[in-house]
Design a protein around this ligand. Structure first.
Ligand code: MIC
Ligand code: SF4
Length: 671
């Protein structure tokens, strides 16, 4: 039977499955599968909670082939807290056999693909943009920190067998149109919830024309589709990329079987694609740059794990060369990794950017997570990032547009939305009519010797210690690092007031904001819980405190919990008493995090019931015990009438809820 590439990699890693399956035959979609995880990654903002949990598992050393702890989010150090976290994470890496990527080495996803990613392997990361690794043919999945901790301890990762959607690319991108425009086009068609419980697999002749960094832009932002992950084949381009990085031996060829069937087919002709933008305030509010052209821009920021590769910097440099940032615009650029920065410096790209007036930012998440470079009030900011949720930039009334580096560069020099392809400029990457990456090692812009010397300069990466040395390491804990709180005890029946009723597309930034003020509290749940749901209701914490943090429920609309993998968006509500969340639908990672922390995720059988509920109403969950034991629908009483909620929980998820969360379930011997 012909299989898709995604299914082949998954099948190579399956350790158990809810239904019977035979290798080589398709697995029923939606059924719980458990896969072996080869590699893990964490970043500092989710990492501290991950390792606090990992410490409680009690294994002396990580059991994966490779685990890496990155510092890239909390690098704005305004007091002791962030650096204390860095030191804690470094000591953990030393003790438990992980690589440690020091602050300044770059954004986890960019560094991982350059340094560690391998075609055909599985990667689980405590960051929603982990699917970046799909750009080199990995099955790379974002998850909550507790799931990553379990994987580091040797446990399998459980997920619902995804549907596999095929994206067939034909043609070639025109100069001035970016890989970002491809994923924006997919978002336009599919929306932020179109990819729930699905993998997007790219194929077709158009794939061959895309460089590895371009592919990684697409798989990175597949997270915004709500997808489990996205994947590209591993071909000759992948081989050249890995060779440039000094890792040719890590390459294997991978592609779908001839005649593989997809659960859905999307076709995009790259010849016809123009520049696009995701408009305020959601990544699927797509418009053409043509229709926005002439609109004034006040800020441009290039960077983030989506668009900060050498290819991206080169595209920008080509457009701004010999020009200057327009007077009404502030512009910043953050190379995604120190390796990229070094290469950009050797290739003369950095010089062009400095001459054009860019402010060169640290190789870190920075403005993408609201740490610096906040726009002006009511500002119009063009960013090459992947998320534009209201307030995430640090300015509540700013208008954030997500665009390609090409569009960002064109706006930076003209001061208005401009289609890059309407500008007259030379791009050395396009001399042959298709983009050739310097990382393909094919041309003279940067010698392969120079590329290799940058790629192999690894002083900012600390390798794991041997077991003897590791045993001597002392874990360093700053005063802001507090243990992860315990889940509330399981109850078979609950009477819950509706403490908040929210609308559609509530993001994890709404549930637990990031930004310079809140991020340093990621290791301290009692403190960070004070910011729970403040974006939607500033009184949420105060009201919870007034109720003595009594049990309660939150009601939401479609796609509740989209965005980040941060478990803090489950931990904060849990700490304040939220026992269940009733919505029209959930985003995948958030739903898994809720289950891991003992919060029951409920979906209306009939969405119209949403309108019957008001904030302050009392909902009685009368049959929790029966629903979790048998899998029957949940019954919720409201003023004498019954509302039904779907029970689509896998048997293992139901057991986790009954145990009072994943930590307790694992302690009791659950797999
Ligand atoms: C994000 O882009 O929202 C983050 C910050 O990288 C998060 C992780 C976090 O909240 O720490 C993510 O995407 O998972
Ligand atoms: Fe960092 Fe932004 Fe990427 Fe999240 S989306 S990992 S904050 S760069």
């Amino acid at each position: 039977m012909a299989l898709t590439l995604a299914e082949k990699i998954l099948q190579n890693h399956i350790v158990s499955c809810e239904v019977e399956w035979k290798k080589g035959a398709p697995i029923e979609r939606g059924k719980d599968i458990a896969i072996k995880i080869d590699q893990t990654l964490t970043q500092d903002a989710t990492g501290t909670m991950t390792y606090l949990q990992f410490e409680t598992i009690g294994v002396p050393r990580v059991k994966t082939e490779l685990s890496v702890s990155y510092i890239d989010h909390n690098t704005l150090q305004t007091d002791f807290k962030n650096m204390d976290d860095h030191r804690y994470l470094q000591s953990i890496a030393a003790k438990y056999g992980l690589y440690f990527s020091r602050p300044g080495n770059g954004i986890c996803h960019q560094v991982h693909i350059e340094t560690f990613g391998k075609p055909g392997k599985t990667l689980l990361g405590s960051d929603s943009h982990t699917p970046t690794g799909g750009g080199i043919g990995m099955i790379a999945i974002g998850a909550g920190g507790l799931d990553v901790a379990v994987a580091m301890g040797g446990g399998a990762f459980h997920l619902a067998m995804p549907k596999i959607f095929g994206v067939k690319l034909t043609g070639k991108l025109r100069k001035g149109v970016g890989a970002k425009d491809i994923i924006l086009e997919v978002l336009r068609r599919e929306t932020v919830k179109g990819g729930t419980l699905a993998i997007y697999e790219y194929f077709g002749e158009g794939v061959e024309s895309l460089t590895v960094p371009q592919r990684a832009t697409i798989t990175n932002m597949g997270a915004e589709l709500g997808a489990t992950t996205s994947v590209f084949p591993s071909d000759s381009k992948t081989k050249k990329f890995l060779e440039s990085m000094g890792r040719g031996a890590d390459w294997t060829e991978l592609k779908a079987d001839e005649g593989a069937q997809y659960d859905k087919l999307i076709e995009i002709n790259l010849d016809e694609l123009g520049a696009l933008a995701a408009c305020p305030h959601n990544p699927d509010v797509i418009n053409t740059i043509k229709s926005l052209s002439g609109k004034k821009v006040t800020q441009v920021v290039i960077g983030s794990c989506t668009n900060s590769s050498l290819d991206d910097l080169e595209s920008v440099a080509a457009i701004v060369k010999g020009k200057h940032i327009a007077p009404g615009v502030e512009a910043g650029i953050a190379p995604g990794s120190r390796t990229t920065l070094l290469m950009a410096s050797k290739a003369g790209i950095l010089e062009t950017l400095i001459e054009a007036g860019f402010r060169i930012l640290e190789s870190a998440c920075g403005p993408c997570i609201g740490q610096g470079f906040a726009p002006n009030s009511e500002g119009v900011t063009l960013r090459t990032f992947n998320r534009n949720f209201k307030g995430r930039s640090g300015t509540a009334d700013a208008n954030v547009y997500l665009v390609s580096p090409e569009t960002a560069a064109a706006a930076a020099v003209t001061g208005v939305f401009t289609e890059a392809e309407t500008l007259d400029y030379e791009d050395p990457a396009y001399t042959t009519g298709t983009r050739v990456s310097m990382l393909d090692g094919q041309d003279s812009r940067l010698s392969s010797q120079n590329i290799l010397s940058c790629a192999t300069n690894k002083g900012m990466l600390i390798a794991p210690l041997n077991e003897e040395e590791a045993a001597k390491v002392e874990i360093l804990r700053g005063p802001n690092i507090k243990p992860c709180p315990k889940c509330r005890d399981y109850a078979g029946r609950l009477t819950l007031p509706v403490r908040l009723k929210a609308g559609d597309n509530v993001s994890t930034d709404d549930i637990m904001p990031a930004g310079a003020k809140v991020l340093p509290l990621r290791s301290n749940i009692p403190e960070i819980s004070k910011f729970t749901l403040t974006r939607l209701d500033e009184t949420f914490y105060e009201r919870s405190e007034k109720e003595n943090f009594a049990d309660c429920i939150v009601v939401g609309g479609e796609n509740y919990g989209q965005g980040s993998s941060r478990e803090h968006a489950a931990l904060g509500p849990m700490y304040l008493g939220v026992r269940a969340i009733l919505t029209k639908s959930f985003a995948r990672i958030h739903k898994a995090n809720l289950i891991n922390y003992g919060i029951i995720p409920l979906n209306f059988v009939n969405s119209a019931d949403y309108d019957k509920i008001n904030q302050g109403d009392i909902l009685e969950l009368t049959n929790i015990e029966e629903a979790l034991s048998t899998g029957c629908e949940f019954e919720i009483k409201l003023n004498g009438s019954t509302i039904k909620a779907v029970n689509d929980l896998a048997p293992r998820s139901r057991e986790i809820l009954k145990a009072g969360g994943l930590a307790a379930y694992t302690r009791n011997g659950g797999q």
